[in-house]
Design a protein around this ligand. Structure first.
Ligand code: SF4
Length: 200
């Protein structure tokens, strides 16, 4: 079972395979187990203690960031992630990022942003489109249109809470105009935009 793996100078933490979306470009749909390491499908979700133990087995001074991502949506495990973050921060001044679809309020039934400062330094949030219609087409969230509003509200509140927020879009099939519209939306919110390359 792969809990942690190295990629691009960071240490990634795979905490869950659950997700409320079915994005058209999702690696889980198009690959058998991930391209970053052997297999990111989990036979079961690791406990918070197992996650911490796996991380602490590494020399954390070697990494730029610790990234909670999951081959799925990590906020299904948010309580466990924040528990782990608190213990990492006690030991190491390491930047911690979480990659999320921003639907935590719908998944967990509460506004989680006030819980993040001091534990999560950077949020990478999947924006994926500049309009709710395109967003729903590309990400197919089980929560329906509420997912678009939840993602924007989460990102905006995180910016206001002082967290560095990077909104991301996958570049295929997105026009230059659509990417520009996403950039304006991110700038309006006080966030950054990162255009991710589509992986065949
Ligand atoms: S939110 Fe992420 S894990 Fe979930 S379907 Fe979309 S790309 Fe895949």
């Amino acid at each position: 079972m792969t809990i942690t793996y190295e990629y691009g100078g960071s240490l990634y933490v795979n905490v869950t395979n659950r997700c409320d979306c079915a994005c058209t470009f999702c690696l889980r749909k198009n690959h058998s187990g991930g391209i970053y390491t052997d297999n990111l499908w989990l036979s079961r979700e690791p406990s918070r203690e197992e996650i911490l133990e796996d991380i602490l087995r590494r020399d954390l001074s070697r990494y730029e960031q610790l990234v909670f991502c999951g081959y799925g949506e990590p906020t299904y495990r948010l309580d466990d992630i924040l528990w782990v973050c608190a213990r990492i921060k006690e030991r190491q001044p390491l930047t911690i990022r979480m990659d999320t679809n921003g639907h935590a309020r719908l998944i967990l039934g509460r506004d989680v942003v006030p819980e993040l400062p001091g534990k999560i330094d950077v949020l990478s949030v999947s924006l994926n489109a500049s309009t709710p219609e395109r967003y729903l087409e590309r990400t197919c969230p089980s929560f329906g249109p509420a997912a678009w509003e939840a993602m924007l509200a989460f990102s905006s509140a995180a910016v206001k809470a002082g967290i560095r927020v990077i909104l991301t879009v996958v570049d295929l099939p997105l026009s230059a105009e659509e990417i520009e519209a996403c950039r304006k939306l991110a700038e309006h919110m006080g966030a950054e935009l990162r255009v991710r390359q589509y992986i065949e």
